[in-house]
Design a protein around this ligand. Structure first.
Ligand code: ADP
Length: 290
């Protein structure tokens, strides 16, 4: 298991001292960051009021990127922009550029439904459909008319989500009969079934117990061999345990006094947690702020 020694025990506070040696050993700086998604000067507004302002950084291929920062700094807002989920929120507008393999994802020629197959999303609360385990995973391939043997597609997705062995004898059972942690892995399998390249995860463990959380964290580390993952987490230990790169945001005022989330620092997780460049990052990762 990855990062076992850094895992908090049940009941331990989230913001505790992070062992620098453990972070360095488990999460050395990636040798290079090959961008899969480029975020350039992005400002997101709700009803004209900025929530996130002038954010620029790249999401690296086959890496886990953590978005951290105090509540309300715009982590979920930024995450939702990456596959145009904000299109579904009335009054939300996105300025700046987000490029996926160099293509502007807000270009009128881009179909957001197609985009969301390639850049999938897993939510905070497991949200399986009220259907069988099998039908949950088969849903995306069916509606998108994916080619191939459906049984094989479902099995592959469940295996990759580390759930196959637990459900292979009850694929026709209702997904609601699974535990919370199993439901979340089912939602990950549902996302994987349509062959995405990037997986966005919004606080994927915050509704789970510590053992289920550990399984999802281990799974994320396995998945990054094939996928690029972006995770929003309020849990510093989790960011330190699983991510390769970390983006820290916090709410700042501009020269007109308008408050919005800004990117303070982005870099290898190991550096952000052990040698941050900005005192605000240091205050946050050491639990003095937020
Ligand atoms: P975080 O994920 O860091 O907690 P959010 O992205 O949820 O931050 O929120 C950033 C800011 O945008 C907050 O001020 C929040 O109130 C505002 N916001 C988020 N979602 C909406 C929405 N659907 N409509 C209006 N304002 C929103």
């Amino acid at each position: 298991m990855q990062g076992t020694s850094a895992r908090p025990r049940a009941g331990e506070r989230t913001l505790v001292h992070i062992d620098a040696d453990v972070v360095r050993r488990e999460r050395p700086a990636p040798e290079r960051v090959e961008p899969v998604v480029e975020i350039e000067n992005v400002t997101v507004r709700y009803g004209g009021k900025p929530a996130v302002r002038n954010v620029t950084f790249d999401i690296g291929r086959n890496l886990i990127t953590a978005l951290i920062g105090p509540s309300g700094c715009g982590k979920s807002t930024l995450l939702r922009c990456l596959n145009r989920m904000n299109d579904l929120i009335p009054g939300a507008t996105v300025a700046g550029k987000i490029r996926y393999h160099g293509q502007d994802i807000y270009d009128p020629n881009v179909d957001p439904v197609e985009l969301r197959k390639l850049i999938g999303m897993v939510f905070q609360k497991p949200n399986p459909f009220p259907k069988s385990i099998y039908d949950n995973v088969a849903y995306g391939p069916r509606v998108t008319g994916m080619k191939g043997n459906l049984d094989e597609i479902v099995e592959r997705a469940l295996r990759r989500a580390a759930l196959w062995d637990e459900v292979k004898d009850r694929l026709k059972d209702n997904a609601y009969g699974l535990s919370g942690g199993q439901q979340q892995r089912l939602c990950i399998a549902r996302c994987l079934a349509v062959e995405p390249e990037v997986i966005l995860m919004d606080e994927p463990c915050s509704a789970l117990d510590p053992i289920s959380t550990a399984r999802i964290e281990d799974l994320m580390v396995e998945l990054k061999e094939r996928y690029s993952i972006v995770i929003v987490t309020h849990n510093m230990q989790q960011a330190a345990r699983v991510s390769d790169m970390t983006a820290f945001l916090t709410v700042e005022s501009d020269d007109k006094g308008e408050r919005a989330g800004e990117l303070i620092e982005y870099g290898p997780t190991e550096r952000i947690f052990t040698n941050p460049a900005d005192p605000r990052t240091e205050a946050y990762v050491t639990g003095k702020m937020g």
